[in-house]
Design a protein around this ligand. Structure first.
Ligand code: PLP
Length: 376
């Protein structure tokens, strides 16, 4: 029997995303839909662009939200910047680096992997050595905040090395944008993509991206057409770029963009640095509390992401039973680990609106009570 509607439970989302959404953002989402070529809507899209430039700390003209989730932002960067036969280095230290590598293969690129252990950041020495071995490399790709492990890599240093070898840089900032310091222009990032549902605390389904003028030149001077019509930035740029002459490309997800606009306004109001500080503060609280309960963090302090905490499952505790108990009794979602870490660790997210004292307190109380109950 079908019910008359779907009413989701009220959860607290402390997994790897989506994260909790502020009521203001949900309210914005439910406002009346207007035409995507309505002058009012075009004005709002322009503000989204300004606000994304603020969040990415960039002056890049080509800064917009791809009308699809973070994975589509990833594809948008690769299909536009990589032509068949080009050599691309991908730094892999977790699941999302592996996906970048898969993208290079599908673009017909010549893939060179620089692999590091899971739970470790990208090794600058290995990247340097690999670039010296392959001087004809055209691009270097890496993940800023590897959500599969909770590890932060040194993007500024990685891009500096890549630039010394005349490479374009492609960076995944899906989990980092709004959560930890990220400076697209200052760090020389040519193509960057993110997601709406992590530290921006917006609904899933949009992917902010930004392309430097180097990246735009590369796209414009391609010898081959971008193999994806939908993600071809030369076409999308016209849709997002020229306010006066905007023509139909695809129908923008109008209401989702209201939500992103609202989430970004809230980020601007709080201040980017303040948001970064809040994530760090909430992480410290969580770290203190979980450590007091005897729980171990699996990533070294200097590489740890405040917004994604990888912790070891305590001995004798059943992974699935524990997480199910949190969901059923506390309406609290924490993340399972994936890949080689599955069954051995949990991932606790403190992303965006979810990075607040009440959530940390709820999580600590739920962990303490559930561990005590399961150990009896
Ligand atoms: C979540 C995530 C993605 C994919 O984003 P979707 O919106 O799920 O497609 C890509 N990279 C990283 C680092 C992520 O955390």
């Amino acid at each position: 029997m079908l019910k008359d509607s779907f009413y989701p439970p009220q959860r607290t989302l402390m997994g790897p995303g989506p994260s909790d959404i502020h009521p203001r953002v949900l309210q914005a989402l439910s406002r009346p839909t207007i035409g995507h070529l309505d002058p009012c809507f075009i004005g709002m899209m322009d503000e989204v662009k300004q606000l994304l430039k603020y969040a990415f700390v960039t002056e890049n003209e080509v800064t917009l939200a791809v009308s699809a989730p973070g994975s589509a932002g990833m594809e948008a960067c690769f299909v536009n910047l990589i032509e068949p036969g080009e050599k691309v280095i991908v730094c892999i230290n977790g699941v999302f680096g592996q996906r970048m590598a898969e993208n290079v293969i599908r673009c017909g690129g010549q893939l060179i992997n620089v692999e590091d252990e899971w739970c470790q950041p990208v090794s600058l020495e290995k990247l340097q050595a690999t670039l010296e071995q392959h001087p004809d490399t055209t691009a270097v790709a890496c993940v800023h905040a590897e959500t599969s492990t909770g590890v932060k890599s040194d993007i500024e240093a990685i891009c500096q090395i890549a630039k010394q070898h005349d490479c374009l840089t492609i960076v995944d900032t899906v989990t980092s944008l709004g959560g930890i310091p990220l400076y697209v222009d200052r760090w020389d990032i040519d193509a960057v993509y993110s997601g709406s549902q992590k530290c921006l605390s917006c609904v899933p389904g949009l992917s902010p991206v930004s392309f430097s003028s180097n990246a735009v030149d590369k796209i414009k001077s391609r010898k081959t057409k971008v193999q994806s019509w939908f993600l071809d930035q030369t076409l999308v740029m016209e849709y997002w770029g020229n306010k006066a002459a905007r023509t139909y490309h695809h129908t923008a997800p109008v209401n989702a963009l209201y939500a992103l606009h609202e989430a970004l306004l809230m980020l601007k109001k709080e201040g980017l640095e303040q948001a970064w500080q809040r994530h760090a503060m909430m992480h410290n609280r969580l770290y203190q509390g979980l450590t007091d309960l005897g729980i171990k963090f699996l990533v070294d302090e200097q590489h740890r992401l405040p917004q994604l905490n990888l912790i070891a499952i305590p001995e004798g505790i059943d992974d699935v039973a524990f997480r199910n108990h949190l969901l059923r009794h506390y309406n609290l979602e924490v993340g399972a680990a994936i890949g080689g870490l599955a069954g051995k660790a949990w991932r606790i997210g403190l992303m965006g609106y979810a990075a607040k004292a009440e959530n940390v307190a709820l999580c600590l109380k739920a962990f303490e009570e559930t561990l005590n109950m399961m150990r009896q």
